[in-house]
Design a protein around this ligand. Structure first.
Ligand SMILES: *[C@@H]1O[C@H](CO)[C@@H](O)[C@H](O)[C@H]1NC(C)=O
Ligand SMILES: *[C@@H]1O[C@H](CO)[C@@H](O)[C@H](O)[C@H]1NC(C)=O
Ligand SMILES: *[C@@H]1O[C@H](CO)[C@@H](O)[C@H](O)[C@H]1NC(C)=O
Ligand SMILES: *[C@@H]1O[C@H](CO)[C@@H](O)[C@H](O)[C@H]1NC(C)=O
Ligand SMILES: *[C@@H]1O[C@H](CO)[C@@H](O)[C@H](O)[C@H]1NC(C)=O
Length: 216
């Protein structure tokens, strides 16, 4: 349900801000990858008013200083631009195909891990800056991040079930106690009717007294 709401808000915002240029690194703005592997840093742009000589670059935040990874000017949509690459083991794979400006990092090292910014500026909208940030986490072996989440969810569900069972046990116990109390009340009613009986007994004694005249 949360996801749905997020999606609705997300699409509302994208409709609302679609006028301007928008850089997007996708729904999941981070990636965990093993050293030595090859990864794609995703980025696409979108603009309602269209682009003309769109300047874009990728920057790597190296300990606070932004290092250009690559840069280019895209004359128009659908044109494969010439991209200048400043770093080793980097390829421009987006090729501006469907506004795709993704890059490929080959044979990643631990030093490649960090924050990457996909930056864009459209002269059509008075050189306003737009960017999106993607995080690359380099590990020496994939840790099962999802598993911990599954365990958390499982234990939460388990806890909820335990709580529910506890509640039901408590409910049953309460019902049991209530039934017992009711039984006791019935007993009380019985005893009160017993009192009636004693009254009857009294009348019985009257009845007993009746035979006395028989004795007469
Ligand atoms: C990744 O890093 C680990 C630990 O530094 C190393 O043992 C391993 O050989 C590396 N793998 C690759 C493919 O570079
Ligand atoms: C990164 O920054 C820290 C302090 O902010 C500094 O001590 C360290 O030398 C820096 N490392 C590099 C490689 O620049
Ligand atoms: C962008 O291009 C890359 C490389 O071809 C591809 O892996 C990725 O799926 C593309 N992204 C979109 C949104 O089309
Ligand atoms: C990948 O990088 C490691 C060290 O970082 C190097 O030994 C290896 O030859 C590289 N492989 C390729 C295919 O570039
Ligand atoms: C846009 O980014 C450039 C650097 O690429 C910077 O010099 C400029 O001040 C930024 N403009 C705004 C309005 O943020």
């Amino acid at each position: 349900m949360c996801l749905k709401i997020q999606f609705i808000i997300g699409s509302f915002l994208s409709v609302w801000s679609a006028q301007a240029l928008e850089m997007s690194v996708g729904k999941i703005p981070f990636l965990q990858a093993v050293n030595g592997s090859t990864v794609t840093l995703p980025c696409t742009y979108a603009s309602c008013i269209g682009i003309e000589n769109l300047y874009f670059n990728w920057q790597f935040n190296d300990n606070g200083t932004m290092q250009k990874v690559c840069e280019s000017v895209i004359p128009s949509e659908g044109v494969v631009p010439d991209v200048t690459i400043f770093r080793e083991r980097v390829e421009f794979v987006g090729k501006n195909h469907q506004n795709n400006v993704s890059i490929l990092l080959l044979n990643i090292t631990f030093e490649d891990g960090g924050q990457y910014t996909c930056f864009g500026r459209n002269p059509k909208e008075h050189h306003k800056n737009h960017s999106a940030i993607f995080n690359l986490i380099v590990v020496d072996e994939l840790r099962e991040v999802d598993n911990t989440l599954t365990i958390i969810i499982a234990s939460a569900v388990g806890g909820a079930i335990a709580l529910l069972m506890g509640f039901m046990l408590l409910k049953n116990f309460t019902l049991f106690v209530l039934t017992k109390l009711e039984e006791k009340n019935k007993e009380c009613l019985v005893t009160s009717s017993g009192i009636d009986n004693t009254e009857n007994g009294l009348s019985g004694s009257k009845a007993d007294s009746k035979p006395t005249p028989k004795k007469k």
